[in-house]
Design a protein around this ligand. Structure first.
Ligand code: FAD
Length: 354
């Protein structure tokens, strides 16, 4: 009998891309078998909410085995009927509704994938999604890939601890600054959109969330578009933290709280405006939060929506909580200014997007 060689695959990175690929290769091994190993430089502290639409959810479900699917509800809890509207609302700078595309509501993520032409989405806890996707995956932690070398037969992958591994297929799922991509396709440049994002997770007390929903409605992804290219976005769930399975009382408050991801983005050149006198230090989250509030005051319209957004920014932790056991989120992400970047796919075609 002819010996069939099982190709060795090395995946670099345990973001959603690397983990989805890992599961897809293992799940489909009856069709084609691979010997897959996955390497991660660290456990990255990313814990914001993401909104997955039908296509994203379907792709995810196609990749993962039943054992993972049956745990996904931990990261993507079922919508609360009549309480949560898993859709998008866009507002102008004065809080008037611009767009609220019709979205079918669904009972769980398995039903969402049946609505390909709708604007429905499911707001997902990203840190828990990673935890669920990591279940039963034998990750090689603390392995930072620095480069690779191709020989006639194999690819050697080098790590910063001096170790090296070989494989037949190397997959760089190592994010925007991927060393694998930079070596393989140095001509693919990172494109900077000239937009700065500031993101934070915050546990919002019920009375403030009630005020927000009364004003803005219960779409779980809401954006307000300013007149200067600035925008505020909220992504949230209306499942009280205190009613989540396994919740341990971590605060002295009797009030319920909700998980909200706050995002403020603006053209980076607005950082230079004369009227903004706050000295921003990206190593000091407090100064970044003050900067955001100053921008909202400068460029907002002073409407009630802006007032609530300012109150929400006041709730953001100004430094790493030294009472992490009392912090409602699994990971603390420092509040920083981050450039909005992507790979410039058109570079290769000689059409640099400006
Ligand atoms: C605040 C925020 C909100 C977002 N919301 C959405 C959303 O709603 N919907 C959406 O589709 N997308 C969203 N995105 C974009 C989304 O995060 C990315 O598209 C997604 O993370 C890309 O996944 P990935 O697996 O390719 O890379 P990443 O998530 O960047 O993962 C890369 C992994 O590789 C590891 N790594 C990097 N370098 C090395 C190395 N040298 N050696 C070993 N390991 C390495 C990293 O530690 C990381 O774990 C959001 C991004 C941010 C920042």
């Amino acid at each position: 009998m002819q010996h069939v060689k099982i190709p060795k695959v090395i995946i670099i990175g345990t973001g959603p891309g690397g983990l989805a690929l890992y599961h897809a290769l293992i799940k489909n091994k009856d069709k084609k078998e691979f010997d897959v190993k996955i390497f991660e430089r660290d456990s990255s502290p990313r814990g914001y909410h993401i909104a997955l639409n039908c296509a994203g959810t379907r792709s995810l479900l196609n990749c993962v085995p039943f054992s993972i699917n049956s745990n996904l509800h931990k990261a993507m809890p079922n919508p609360l009927p009549d309480v949560e509207f898993h859709g998008v609302s866009l507002f102008d700078n004065k809080g008037s509704l611009l767009l609220n595309p019709p979205s079918k509501q669904y009972k769980d993520f398995n039903e969402l994938v049946k609505f390909p032409n709708e604007y429905s989405l499911i707001v997902t806890y990203r840190d828990r999604l990673r935890d669920v996707l990591l279940e039963s995956v034998p990750v090689h932690w603390g392995k930072k890939c620095i480069r690779y070398e191709e020989t006639k037969d194999v690819v050697w992958v080098m790590f910063d601890d001096g170790s090296q591994k070989f494989c037949d297929i190397l997959v760089g799922a190592d994010g925007i600054n991927s060393p694998v991509r930079k070596q393989r396709l140095p001509e693919l440049q990172i494109f900077d959109f000239g937009i700065t994002n500031v993101v934070a997770n915050v546990a919002v007390p019920k009375h403030l969330m009630d005020r927000f929903i009364k004003l803005q409605g219960n779409s779980l992804l809401q954006s307000s578009l300013g007149l200067h290219g600035d925008s505020s976005t909220l992504i949230f769930r209306l499942i009280p933290i205190e009613q989540e399975p396994g919740y341990e009382n971590k605060s002295n408050s009797n009030e319920l709280h909700y998980r909200v991801t706050l995002n403020y983005s603006y053209p980076t050149k607005l950082d230079d405006v004369e009227s903004d006198k706050i000295k921003v230090d990206d190593n000091d989250s407090a100064s970044v939060i003050e900067h955001v509030k100053q921008m909202i005051r400068n460029f907002g319209s002073g409407c009630e929506f802006d007032d609530i957004i300012l109150e929400l920014w006041d709730l953001v932790p100004k430094s790493a909580p030294n009472y992490l056991e009392k912090f409602q989120f699994k990971t603390y992400n420092p509040t920083l200014r981050r450039p909005y970047q992507d790979i410039n796919h058109l570079f290769n075609l000689g059409q640099v997007v400006e």
